[in-house]
Design a binder for this molecule. Structure first.
Ligand SMILES: *Cc1c(COP(=O)(O)O)cnc(C)c1O
Length: 361
């Protein structure tokens, strides 16, 4: 068996221990004589998996029972639409902070519905940084302020919780949820497509204040309303059982590894290895993100020319370093170093970067 260091942005690397555990119990889950993908979602065995995953997520986030955890399909992209459909109106629009591709896509959905406005944007600077607090122009009548906590494509991340003066704060945390201790209690709604940092594709975790769920729009079809998922414990219809099962395993792995503090410790070591390789390269590698907006999850950088970038990707692969090609809208390289990427993987990439520069500068 050959496993590579997988720097893909999502679907992305998962902890080897988790994959092994799932493999070992795949054919006979919890003495059911069936696999987790064959068993009824109404069975006792599945129910335990479902409820434990919810409880572990809330525990890791340090949130109490004023919050609910919902499991919804359709990707983070469906949340871009569900949020304004449920909570925004023309009189009380959603206020959007634009810091990259996904936050812009979120705004686009609210705009289609005629209920979105822009609170800040760094588009003119090619999204090299997230907006500062003093740049946020928040309409006090807004239903919510929406931010994208970590910009997966541009490699920037919020390192502060925006002050919104009482307007509910919503965040897309698809690519950095559970990567560090964070003041999650200051947000009213947090969502994450799990295929970046927390599991396989197929489910979105929505962590939301119960008082907010109660305000879901009553004129929407059943499956587009948050209260449908809340009232039925996300079992109104068949849930994506395998994805939820894997998320539960990843949450347990985070707990057993030492929690969010330990994730943050490892993640900052990995990020430092790569940013140091950029900063000590005499300009051979050029980071895309401004230093104080640098993401601990996605490290983006350019090389001197296209030819060297193509060569870098090909030679990296020969060293078992997979998935380092950047998104076409930024170009260059992107190394995604989520929780499950071992420090050794980041070290191997940093060593490769140094050797590549010596050979090609
Ligand atoms: C990948 C990503 C999305 C889109 O997720 P889908 O599940 O593919 O819809 C949204 N937001 C962020 C921050 C992402 O990284």
């Amino acid at each position: 068996m050959k496993r590579v260091y997988n720097f893909n942005p999502g679907p992305a690397t998962l902890p080897l221990e988790v994959l092994r555990e799932a493999q070992a119990e795949f054919l006979d889950f919890d003495s059911s004589g069936m696999s987790i993908i064959e068993i009824s979602h109404r069975s006792k065995q599945y129910e335990r998996v479902h409820n434990q995953a919810k409880a572990d997520i809330l525990e890791l986030m340090g949130l109490g029972d004023d919050y609910d955890v919902l499991f919804i399909q359709g990707g983070a992209s469906l949340q871009f639409a569900m949020i304004p459909m449920n909570f925004a109106t023309r009189e009380k629009p959603g206020a959007y902070v634009l810091s990259g591709t996904f936050s812009s896509n979120a705004y686009k959905e609210a705009h289609i519905l005629g209920v979105g406005e822009i609170a800040a944007s760094t588009k003119d600077e090619n999204f090299r940084r997230v907006p500062r607090q003093d740049e946020l122009k928040i309409n006090p009548a807004a239903a919510y302020v929406h931010i994208c906590n970590n910009n997966t494509i541009y490699g920037t991340e919020f390192h502060y919780v925006p002050e919104t003066n009482g307007v509910p704060l919503f965040a897309d945390m698809s690519s950095d949820m559970l990567s560090r201790p964070w003041d999650f209690g200051r947000y009213d709604l947090i969502y994450a497509g799990v295929q970046k940092n927390l599991g396989p594709a197929g489910v979105v975790i929505v962590v939301v204040k119960k008082s907010l769920v109660a305000q879901s729009s009553e004129t929407l079809p059943t499956m587009l309303r948050y209260d449908t998922f809340a009232k039925k414990n996300s079992l109104y219809n068949t849930p994506p059982a395998f994805s939820i099962y894997m998320v539960g395993k990843v949450a347990a792995w985070i707990k057993n590894s030492g929690g969010l503090g330990e994730m943050a410790r490892r993640n900052s070591i990995k990020a430092k290895l790569l940013y140091d390789a950029i900063d000590s390269s005499d300009g051979f590698y050029r980071g895309h993100a401004d230093v104080d907006s640098r993401s601990l999850m996605n490290v983006t950088f350019r090389l001197p020319n296209d030819e060297l970038e193509t060569k870098f990707v090909a030679e990296a692969l020969e060293h078992n370093l997979c998935g380092v090609k950047g998104h076409r809208s930024v170009g260059g390289m992107r190394a995604s170093i989520y929780n499950a990427m071992p420090v050794e993987g980041a070290q191997a990439l940093a060593d490769f970067m140094q050797a590549f520069r010596k050979a090609n500068a």
